[in-house]
Design a protein around this ligand. Structure first.
Ligand SMILES: Cc1cc2nc3c(=O)[nH]c(=O)nc-3n(C[C@H](O)[C@H](O)[C@H](O)COP(=O)(O)OP(=O)(O)OC[C@H]3O[C@@H](n4cnc5c(N)ncnc54)[C@H](O)[C@@H]3O)c2cc1C
Length: 493
């Protein structure tokens, strides 16, 4: 029997329960999305049911790949009628099991991958409208071809989709200058749980009339509706970019440097990433010959960008000379070509890939006030050293946003299942430290299924009530991504 997981206070009438994946249901689904749109064989479904990091595996009744907004509406009408739960899926690069249901509760996965056209670029208005299934890199490339910049930038940009970025309110390396997905989205088009279409496009930058409904769907992780179209803000493409790779004595000095740099560089910083030196070894798992541009306990990858008319190179070089004189920076390499700048970024990207290659590890996405970053890292390292000896801590992240990925590698000799069991304890300790500093357990990756309990436990009764009221208003049958973000049963905390 197939059960549909329910959210608190949301009850399905008995006739809404689907009892088996009968041929009738499969043919009704096929009628909604066409033959090309239905994948129901285990081999075909496999790639939609496992995540990038290999941490989660799920089940599904079928994978649906609608080829038009009309087909998304048709399938949602059908699922609403049948009481069938729906998991929207973009590029499936999420790191919190938002698009994978590991309980195998018999839901359908709706992949947006066939809805992948750029609908319109209005360079005069600095806007771009695209189908939700457009891959982020394609949007960045199309913007660049019109001498514009779409600044959302993250390691998964070759695979993640703009609809997934909106649904997860993605961050990345340029948040410091341009904000998160929420700040970059002007409008959305959404198919609601009952199949109705909401067109929230206006192309307007200022539209102060009533509730800003698109904000409800941004960061909703597929729990309120299926995003089918996204309209984003574009920016002038920077005429110059300067990139520096720096060595520093400590995380404290990195934060001092950041504060100083923001003012001294006229707020032209577009990225400020910190990397604990221990992470470089992970990047070398991807490329054993990866050069280490500096030798120091803490590395900083800093980028300035601007239009023409400013001597950006002189600004950065002058700033770094002052910072070295003041003892904040011990070593600095200023990229002399695009290729060298790219090589610096390869180190940052490689260390993430290297962790996945090494296997299971504790992965966090913590945020604290920027000034609390050194304390966060110090307490977290102490916790690992005293309570989990043998585990290897790694600290890196988007320091300019107060966002640290404090990850921990299990000892190699530990078996994977033992490591996963102990990893729960390690994660809980790290969350406690972040929350103790007034921080968040999810800076940019979202809540999904993997952080749901901790998220929900930390909410006030008023916050919970408002959240559930919104859920009940937009998805009264609890069909949208059940088990993600919100508790799935009355008893869940
Ligand atoms: C190597 C790597 C680096 C990363 N770096 C970053 C980073 O720097 N910053 C960051 O924020 N994230 C990062 N991520 C996480 C991930 O790439 C982002 O969360 C991304 O925005 C997810 O997009 P996606 O299309 O893959 O969505 P998916 O993983 O498919 O889905 C994510 C969530 O959104 C929902 N969803 C997807 N599409 C839709 C839709 N059309 N309508 C409604 N709901 C939908 C899903 O149900 C799920 O809950 C990284 C991931 C990897 C693998």
């Amino acid at each position: 029997m197939i059960c549909i997981t329910l959210s608190p206070d949301i009850k399905l009438p008995p006739q809404m329960t689907v009892h088996s994946p009968s041929p009738d249901i499969l043919s009704a689904l096929e009628a909604a999305v066409g033959r090309n749109g239905l994948v129901a064989d285990p081999a075909g479904m496999a790639k939609y049911l496992g995540d990038w990091a290999g941490d989660y595996r799920g089940g599904a009744l079928a994978v649906l790949r609608p080829g038009s907004v009309g087909e998304v509406q048709a399938l949602m009408r059908l699922c609403n009628e049948l009481g069938l739960g729906v998991i929207p899926q973009g590029g499936n690069t999420g790191l919190v099991s938002g698009a994978i249901d590991s309980s195998g509760a018999g839901l359908v996965v709706v992949s947006l991958e066939r809805l992948n056209s750029i609908r319109r670029i209005d360079a005069g208005n600095f806007t771009l409208q695209a189908d939700a299934g457009c891959v982020l890199q394609a949007i960045k490339d199309a913007s660049e071809a019109r001498d514009c910049l779409f600044p959302l930038a993250l390691g998964a940009q070759g695979s993640c989709q703009i609809g997934g970025n909106a649904a997860s309110n993605a961050g990345g390396v340029n948040v410091l200058r341009y904000g998160m997905a929420r700040d970059l989205i002007l409008g959305l088009e959404v198919v609601l749980a009952d199949g109705e279409l909401w067109n929230g496009f206006s192309g307007l930058r200022k539209n102060n009339s009533g509730y800003d409904l698109k904000q409800l769907f941004i960061g909703s992780e597929g729990t309120l509706g299926i995003i089918t179209g996204v309209e984003v803000k574009l920016f002038p493409k920077p005429a110059q970019i300067e990139t520096a790779y720096l060595g520093l004595p400590s995380f404290e000095t990195a934060i001092q440097l950041f504060n100083w740099a923001r003012r001294a560089c006229s707020d032209l910083i577009s990225a400020f990433e910190i990397i604990g030196a221990e992470c470089i070894e992970l990047a070398r798992l991807i490329d054993p010959n990866m050069p280490g541009p500096v030798e120091a306990p803490v590395h900083v990858l800093m980028e300035l960008s601007s239009g023409p008319g400013i001597d950006l190179n002189a600004l950065l070089a002058g700033f770094l000379a002052e910072a070295m004189k003041a003892g904040l920076v011990s070593d600095a390499v200023l990229a002399s070509s695009n290729a060298q700048a790219r090589a610096f970024w390869t180190i940052r990207e490689g260390l993430v890939e290297g962790q996945a290659k090494r296997g299971y590890h504790v992965r966090t996405d913590l945020s604290v006030r920027i000034s609390d970053i050194p304390a966060l890292i110090e307490h977290a390292r102490d916790l690992v050293a005293t309570e989990h000896p043998g585990w290897i801590p790694l600290a890196y992240g988007h320091a300019g946003d107060g966002n640290i990925h404090f990850n921990v590698l299990p000892p190699l000799e530990l078996g994977e299942s033992e490591a996963r069991a102990l990893g729960v304890e390690v994660t809980a300790g790290l969350y406690q430290i972040a929350v103790g500093l007034g921080g968040s357990i999810s800076a940019e990756h979202g809540i999904g299924r993997s952080r749901r309990r901790e998220f929900w436990a930390g909410l006030s009764p008023t916050h919970r009530r408002m959240t559930m009221a919104l859920k009940a208003a937009l998805d009264p049958k609890g069909l949208m991504n059940p088990g993600c973000l919100l508790p799935s049963t009355e008893t869940s905390s």
